[in-house]
Every structure is written in C-alpha cells, then in structure tokens.
Design a protein around this ligand. Structure first.
Ligand SMILES: NC(=O)C1=CN([C@@H]2O[C@H](COP(=O)(O)OP(=O)(O)OC[C@H]3O[C@@H](n4cnc5c(N)ncnc54)[C@H](OP(=O)(O)O)[C@@H]3O)[C@@H](O)[C@H]2O)C=CC1
Ligand SMILES: CC(C)(CO)C(=O)C(=O)O
Length: 304
C-alpha cells in the first residue's frame, strides 16, 4: 500500500515509520523547513517499542509529484487542518482515502464536507510522542495504539488492507465498526484530560491529589457525555466511568499533548478541542459551564 503521511510530526513520523518498517511505501508530504530537516537528519524514531531509522526516505513538498496514493494519514494539529485541504483534494482526486488521527471531532465534518463522505475514514490514536529538537520522534509511552474504521461502506476494502498491513507492523491496531462512537469517547476523555492538565499547568498526578481539581475534569466528562448524546452518539455511564478510571490509571507525571505544548510555549489545539465542543453545544442549545471555564482559563496561552 502507498501511504502518504501529511503531517510528518510526532504521530506521522511514528506511524509512517512503523508501516514502512512493515513493508509499505511511505511518502511524507511536508513543508520546506521539515523537508530540509528530513533530508539532513533522516527519520529517526526513539521508542519504548524499538527504535527505527531511515536516511533515504521519500519526502515531497509538492503534492502533484505524488503518484498512486492509496491512503493519506493526516496528522497535523487541528489549527493546521484548513491548510491541508487543497492538497488532500488533489490526493483524493487521484484515488486516495483519508485517515485523520487528530484529537477532537470537528475535523471529521470539515474533511467530509470538502472531500466527500466516501473518502474520510475514522481514526484516533493513543500514544505519547513528540518531536525532539533534531526533528526525531520520541515515543515515550508503552502504548502505541491506532483505532480506525469505516465511516462509509465504500471504505471496507481500504480498511481491510490497512488491517493486514498493520498486523505486520510494530503497532497495536484496533479495527472498529463503530468508529464515530470511539472518536467521541476519545474526545470526551481528551477534553477532560488536556483541559485540566493545561489549565492547571500540572501533570495528572498532582491533579488527582486534589479531589476538588479532579472533580472539574470529571464534570467535563459528564458535559461531554451530554453533548455526545445530543448528537445521537451513545456514550453510556460505563463509558464515562471508563474515562474516569483512565484519569486514575495514567502515571503520576503523565500529561496531555496540549499541556506539553503549553510547556514548550507552542500554539495550543484549544479552539479545535474545547472551542469545538462549545460550538457544537451552542448549536444544540446546550451549556457546558465547566468546559467553558477551562477554555477561558487556557485561552491566554493558546496563541503562544
Ligand atoms: N503527540 C501525541 O502524543 C498525540 C497527538 N495526538 C493528536 O494528533 C494530532 C497530531 O499531533 P502531533 O503529531 O503531536 O503534532 P506535531 O506538531 O508533532 O506534528 C504536526 C506536523 O504537521 C505538519 N504540518 C502542518 N501543516 C502542514 C501542511 N499544510 N503540510 C504538511 N505538513 C504540515 C507540521 O509541520 P511543520 O514543521 O511544517 O509545521 C508538523 O510537523 C493532533 O491532533 C494531536 O492532538 C493524539 C494522540 C497523541
Ligand atoms: C491522552 C493522550 C496522551 C493519549 O494518546 C493524548 O491523546 C494526548 O494527550 O493528546
């Protein structure tokens, strides 16, 4: 399978490398600065699950130079999504399906509206990874999970191909027939986890030490359940309980990618995550007071 990685950052570098290692053709569609870095440094993955490096990877800056794309793995931050749409359209017109793994939910309808419902597969990831100063991937969690599945019946073949490829790769992949629900489950969790860690500027351990602080994260989970249900996505009390126990199970110093971005002084995905939830709530006449409060507290750090 020919996989185009659009967003050769932490997730794109990690998953692209694992598929390449398993024998797939991988092309990285990048911007000039990243292209220069990849040409000079190659792609290196330092991982709890085994290192990987390649110096002669296929890097492209002009989408028109990509032939026979099968799947585009979209792993840009939410605030960069609009900037990828034209390139994605070119690739879809050449026959590619698009698999986004961004946190959040709004990007799914943005992509479907621009590219057509048949082209957009559902996906999400559980991993802790970042790029270091040399542009190498640092994968620090034991887990490296990709969950994906069709959002349209025409995607069954490509999903099957990805399952086969991934079964040979150093990855945990889960195929889901109810990927929209999985996306919402992750969305609910991430808005609570990234909201509380970024707003307090603390990893999850010290948050848990203060039950009043942890309570805010739990209240966000309840609000997100209400929001999902208002869109006819069934998020059960057991799902919320599962998310609460995930908040308990992360290591003491573990934190969200948004909090890591705050620590590094980088732009935050606040508008895509919490802002998106507030927009979706407004459209249904719902109020999400705890989400709104956390959104307001984080706002000054968003633009960095
Ligand atoms: N990191 C993590 O541990 C996890 C992240 N996620 C989610 O995954 C998504 C991706 O996160 P992450 O991998 O950390 O992000 P990174 O910032 O590491 O990577 C994003 C990459 O996208 C590139 N990019 C942006 N716009 C374009 C464009 N128009 N064309 C080509 N490349 C572009 C950026 O390149 P450039 O150098 O040119 O700016 C950057 O390298 C986010 O939604 C995040 O929330 C989910 C689970 C865990
Ligand atoms: C919760 C976690 C680490 C799981 O992958 C994540 O998605 C993030 O922080 O962005």
């Amino acid at each position: 399978m020919h996989i185009v990685v659009l967003g050769a950052g932490a997730l794109g570098g990690y998953f692209g490398s694992r598929w390449e290692e398993a024998g797939a053709d991988v092309t990285y569609l990048v911007r000039e600065k990243r292209a220069k870095q990849l040409h000079e440094q190659g792609m290196k993955v330092n991982s709890t699950q085994g290192n990987y490096s390649v110096s002669d990877l296929r890097v492209v800056t002009d989408v028109h130079n990509i032939e026979n794309p099968g799947l585009v793995f979209v792993s840009v931050k939410g605030y960069h999504l609009t900037g990828t749409l034209e390139d994605l359209k070119v690739l879809v017109d050449k026959g590619a399906f698009v698999l986004p793994v961004l946190n959040g939910i709004e990007h799914i309808s943005v992509l479907q509206d621009y590219l057509g419902e048949e082209s957009v597969i559902g996906g999400l990831s559980f991993i802790v990874a970042t790029l270091n100063d040399d542009g190498h991937v640092e994968h620090s969690s034991e887990f490296h999970k990709l969950v994906f599945g069709p959002l349209n019946p025409k995607q069954s073949d490509i999903c099957q191909q990805l399952r086969e490829l991934s079964s040979k790769a150093k990855l945990e992949t889960i195929y889901s027939d109810s990927i929209l629900q999985e996306l919402w489950k992750k969305y609910l969790f991430i808005n609570a986890f990234s909201g509380i860690t970024t707003a307090t500027d603390l990893p999850i351990g010290p948050v848990r030490d203060n039950k009043d602080t942890l309570k805010v994260a739990e209240l966000i989970l309840n609000e997100m359940q209400q929001l999902a249900n208002s869109y006819n996505i069934e998020i059960t009390d057991e799902d919320v309980a599962g998310a609460k126990s995930n908040l308990q199970n992360f290591g003491y110093d573990a934190t969200s990618s948004m909090h890591q971005d705050r620590r590094k002084g980088q732009t935050l995905e606040l508008d895509h995550l919490h802002g998106g939830a507030l927009r979706l709530a407004e459209a249904k006449g719902l109020k999400l007071p705890f989400t709104e409060a956390v959104h307001g507290i984080i706002k000054p750090f968003e633009g960095a």
